[in-house]
Design a protein around this ligand. Structure first.
Ligand code: ASN
Length: 306
């Protein structure tokens, strides 16, 4: 555990060095707010009573990122998130009810721009760790290769076809399920992207591609060797009208999103960004069996622990 935490400490400083060198400013992440990210794939949000007002614990700070880039242009935050994942996810080895993601957002960027940023970030961190912690990785029995840039890119449609050709029965329009995500991840030895998810698979904030309606300009970054999802991100729907329309589709009540919709009416800039999970990154780099091995005080879904 001490070895893992030393490597994690270096991962965090590597991420910070890389992003600062690229001109990103680190801000402090909010932990609670009137609303939070609803696009959390079947997990539940946590509600609290904030001086009589109903508040949520952040499931991700996505809505605040759009506010921050309006003035900061390039920002990131180490954001603590709570998602009450279904108890069945305790055995996937990659779910935690409490985790941290480095949430990145850039004004006027496309999803392709931030995909390039994400792959360079991963490359930088791997280079740093293999250079400095070769002996520790050997102790952990981990052979980590620095991934080659650019990473492979598959569309969601191509991903489904690949899975179907391997005998998996996957339904169009939904998030790639845990088992299938693990299977596709195990088919590769280098990280890769899945892009262009269908509108029905994601939250209201990922931007629809107006040249191919029903498809989002978004992505997941997937680790190889069966480790599964590393990061997700995309271009943002930033217009008031667009967001309200999408909220109607996802069944969100716009009345709950007061401050966010007011901000959009006021006008925010187009942006793109992603969030990369710190514990999952540590797990992959160290080659750990389960993600809870990458956390000093883990909260595994369904398990009551300190
Ligand atoms: N952080 C992700 C993003 O930037 C959102 C999420 O965690 N659901 O797109």
């Amino acid at each position: 555990m001490i070895t893992v935490l030393k490597i994690q400490d270096e991962i965090l400083s590597g991420i910070r060095d890389f992003l600062r060198n690229e001109g990103f400013l680190e801000v402090l992440a909010p932990i609670i707010g009137p609303v939070t990210d609803p696009g959390i794939r079947g997990a539940k949000q946590v509600a609290i009573d904030y001086y009589g007002a109903p508040f949520k614990v952040m499931s991700s700070m996505i809505l605040y990122k759009q506010m921050a880039v309006r003035s900061l242009r390039k920002m990131f935050a180490l954001s603590p998130n709570i998602r009450l994942e279904p108890v069945e996810s305790r055995v996937t080895g990659r779910h935690l009810a409490e985790f941290r993601q480095v949430d990145v957002e850039q004004a006027e960027a496309t999803y392709r721009d931030v995909m390039c940023l994400a792959e360079r970030l991963l490359h930088y961190v791997c280079q740093k760790i293999t250079g400095k912690f070769g002996e520790e990785l050997r102790q952990l029995n981990r052979t980590l290769r620095v991934p080659k840039i650019p990473f492979k890119v598959f569309t969601y449609q191509e991903t489904l076809e690949l899975l179907r050709s391997e005998g998996f029965n996957v339904e169009y329009g939904k998030e790639v399920p845990w088992k299938e995500e693990r299977a596709i991840s195990a088919m590769f030895e280098e990280p890769f992207f899945i892009i262009d998810y269908p509108l029905t698979a994601r939250g209201f904030y990922d931007k629809e591609d107006f040249n191919s309606l029903g498809i989002l300009r978004d992505f997941d970054l997937i680790y190889p060797e069966g480790f599964g999802e590393a990061a997700s991100g995309g271009e943002r729907e930033h217009t008031y009208k667009g967001v309200v329309k999408r909220m109607q589709l996802t069944g969100e009540d716009p009345a709950k999103y007061g401050w966010y919709l007011e901000m959009l009416k006021d006008g925010v800039c187009p942006s793109a960004g992603f969030g990369i999970g710190v514990e999952r990154l540590t797990r992959w780099i160290c080659g750990l069996e389960a993600v809870w091995e990458a956390v000093p005080f883990p909260k595994v879904p369904g398990i009551v622990s300190p």
